[in-house]
Design a protein around this ligand. Structure first.
Ligand code: MG
Length: 244
């Protein structure tokens, strides 16, 4: 049974982000359109997804580096698309994902822009992603995360003012992230446990704090007690119940 925790007044409550969507629901798989729809229906703060560019320039939602036996970033879209996801769904385009976001824009899409082999390619992926979001006027429904600081730097340069951009790699202090123009830290659970002082430091600097990927009740409880802003989890239904 999930533990219920009361959160003291004056603090914004911890919010739940479904890691690669709410894929734990029966019939779904990670990064599928159904996983995003499930997260929307569950009513969490946001749903995370991973974006890669195919060899012929399409942006696809998939973790990678492989899809089936194909290396995503060096394979063309149609070849990848013929390879179904494990549950029979098609490999989604970012465009299709954003159309699903438009269906319920109050649930944020947290786009992780994956690392690519050159800075030029990463710049292009950032520009294409921002333009697909802009085309649908979904700027307020989308936040960005990346492991490569180059991707975050490019987002800081190119995204509209006020866009949320958080760094994933866990090796920069909150103060350094702030100096680079990032709006949050989004660090692995183990990193955050080793550096719990970063939570308070980030908050004092006005940065958001997100922790990934917290998949057990003990970890969820720790994050809630620390007052982090977001928990990224594969069990969003459990986290949501604990926060009720
Ligand atoms: Mg991811």
């Amino acid at each position: 049974m999930a533990t219920c925790l009361l959160v003291a007044g004056g603090f914004a409550q911890t919010q739940v982000i479904a890691h690669r969507g709410y894929h734990a629901k029966e019939g779904s798989v990670r990064n599928s359109l159904s996983a995003l729809k499930n997260a929307q229906d569950l009513g969490v703060f946001g749903s995370e997804c991973d974006v890669n560019e195919t060899a012929d320039g399409y942006l696809v939602v998939v973790h990678g580096p492989n899809h089936g036996t194909y290396d995503i970033q060096s394979t063309d879209f149609l070849t990848l698309r013929k390879q179904m996801l494990e549950n029979g769904e098609v490999l989604p385009l970012l465009e299709e994902y954003l159309d699903m976001v438009a269906r319920k824009p109050q649930v944020k899409l947290i786009i992780e822009i994956k690392s690519h082999d050159t800075a030029d390619r990463e710049d292009r992926v950032v520009k294409k992603t921002l333009s697909a979001v802009k085309k649908r006027k979904l700027e307020k429904s989308v936040e960005y995360i990346a492991f490569h600081s180059h991707v975050c730097d490019e987002l800081v340069k190119e995204a509209p003012k006020g866009t949320k951009i958080a760094y994933l790699n866990g090796d920069y202090s909150p103060a350094y992230c702030k100096s680079l123009g990032y709006t949050g830290i989004d660090y692995q659970y183990g990193v955050m446990q080793k550096n719990p002082q970063w939570i308070g430091e980030a908050k004092r600097l006005g940065l958001t704090v997100n922790v990934w990927t917290v998949n057990d009740e003990e970890g969820l409880k720790w994050c809630i007690e620390q007052g982090v802003d977001y928990i990224t989890t594969d069990i969003p239904h459990v986290a949501k119940k604990m926060l009720k």
